[in-house]
Design a binder for this molecule. Structure first.
Ligand code: GLU
Length: 479
């Protein structure tokens, strides 16, 4: 099997293209086939090197490596040869109409061959476009891998243009010539290409080749069921990366965005069919085109975030620390601490990452949360330290008690142990109103209305820093 992804470098890698790339890649890897990247850069005006680089960078980011790489802009010789072949076989003709006039699908007057037209066209003496001579009353059937047979009648297909000049071949034509030349056996792409498929199948025949198998993937919709677009939310891989998604989560989510494992046939056991977490390697084993959904898929950001939190949790700490590096830009002081293992605050930073790892949905949020453990130069309003209707004296007494408890810790407790012991002490304080001990402690340590739990704060900050912060709060209460 030879499969390809053929992005046009006219924008950043789009989520729809990434999904198509993934499905092609999975089939290629599953069947020991070849996965090809073909950059479709014949649109000289809109194609940009920046987009091409972005597409390649993010395919690699997803783990979708390719075996062969082509650029249409380097293959003009091939298109010219094929065009001349079709011209000489009179399967196409030169038309002097505007290339995209609506209405007259079979411009009978121009379809006739003018004697010198081809010569004039080749020498560039005359303008004109090359149109395919679409046959009348023929049925073209695409046996689609996803949708089953799709019937087209050639009477509904215009004499579509295939080139605007000898060196200006157009989309349907270059795709066909390339797919033939590269021996593509299976084309998996978005449903938005369905109207191109019969045209390409006609071109296959005209060029003397059998079309590949096609599989058209359902559309991706925004949550309001309109077509997914930039205005409706994030669509480019680049922006998903910036927001802090992991490639593992992205691949997993994209796989399920149009494909499902299905009920485990005979056994009827729900477990296998309900599986929702898949690594790339697992997907290679279980993916199949016959389980691609026919209905459109709604892109659900909340679900993607849920997948992301799952993969963030699963990362070994050192791996996670590496993945966080690109996100320090907004938090330079975190970068400094993270970058130096001998920095006095490095151990505290690692603990903060461990705590936040258990609840972060995005890498960027994780970095922000970790940054919030630093000592704020702006201490909180002392009134915030009071639990319910505690008096200043009661809050002072509570914090002093906390301080003595923390000073009595060994310092090497695991988070769970520390939590259990502080919870127990809080239960013994003030008739079991735990908040009377834990609220002032948490606010004294965090200086914030909302923050991680006091146990997590003590565990991350350590004995000395915790006592210092409590001391600071006490000083403010006493003035
Ligand atoms: N270049 C086309 C696109 O970016 C894809 C062509 C194809 O897959 O046949 O939409």
């Amino acid at each position: 099997m030879r499969l390809r992804i053929a992005p046009s470098p006219t924008g950043y890698l789009h989520v729809g293209t990434a999904r198509a790339a993934l499905y092609n890649w999975l089939l290629a890897r599953q069947k020991g086939g070849i996965f090809i990247l073909r950059i479709e850069d014949t649109d000289k005006v809109r194609s940009k090197k920046e987009y091409e680089n972005d597409i390649m960078r993010h395919l690699k980011w997803l783990g979708l490596t390719w075996d062969e790489e082509y650029r249409q802009s380097e293959r003009y010789e091939l298109y010219r040869k094929a065009l001349l072949q079709l011209l000489s076989e009179k399967k196409v003709y030169i038309s002097y109409d505007e290339p995209h006039v609506e209405g007259d699908r079979r411009p009978a007057d121009t379809r006739a061959f003018r004697k010198n037209a081809v010569f004039e066209f080749q020498t560039g003496k005359q303008g004109g476009v090359v149109r395919f001579m679409t046959p009348d009353h023929e049925e073209v059937v695409c046996d689609d891998m996803v949708r089953g047979p799709i019937h087209f009648n050639t009477d509904d297909i215009e004499d579509f243009s295939i080139a605007k000049g000898l060196d200006e071949p157009l989309y349907n034509f270059v795709v066909t010539v390339d797919d033939i030349d590269l021996g593509i056996t299976d084309v998996i792409r978005g449903e938005d290409h369905i109207s191109n498929t019969p045209k390409q199948m006609l071109l296959y025949k005209a060029l003397g080749h059998t079309p590949p198998r096609f599989g058209h993937l359902p559309l991706l919709l925004a949550t309001d069921r309109s077509k997914l677009s930039k205005r409706k939310g994030t669509t480019s891989m680049k922006d998903f990366v910036t927001q802090g998604f992991l490639p593992e989560a992205m691949v997993n989510y994209l796989a399920l965005l149009g494909w499902h494992l299905g009920a485990s046939s005979e056994t009827g056991r729900a477990s296998a069919a309900d599986q929702e977490f898949f690594t790339l390697d697992e997907l290679v084993k279980v993916f199949s085109m016959d389980r691609v959904r026919k209905s459109n898929s709604v892109f659900d950001m909340a679900k993607l975030r849920y997948f992301n939190s799952h993969y963030i949790k699963a990362l070994p700490l050192d791996d996670l620390l590496k993945r966080l590096e690109p996100y320090y830009e907004q938090q330079p002081h975190v970068a400094e601490i993270a970058g130096a293992t001998n920095h006095p605050l490095h151990e505290r930073f690692r603990r903060a990452v461990q705590v936040e790892q258990s609840r972060a949905e995005l890498l960027s949020d994780l970095v922000t949360a970790v940054a919030s453990y630093r000592d704020e130069s702006q201490p909180c309003d002392p009134a915030m330290l009071h639990w319910k209707i505690m008096t200043t004296e009661e809050t002072i007494a509570s914090l002093q008690h906390s301080k003595s408890l923390i000073a009595g810790l060994r310092g090497d407790e695991e988070l769970a142990e520390l939590q259990a012991s502080l919870l127990q002490k809080a239960g013994e304080y003030k008739q079991g109103d735990r908040g009377a001990l834990l609220w002032p402690l948490r606010v004294a340590l965090s200086n914030k209305e909302k923050s991680p739990s006091p146990f997590e704060l003590v565990w991350v900050l350590g004995k000395d820093e915790s006592c210092d912060r409590i001391e600071g709060a006490l000083a403010r209460l006493r003035t």
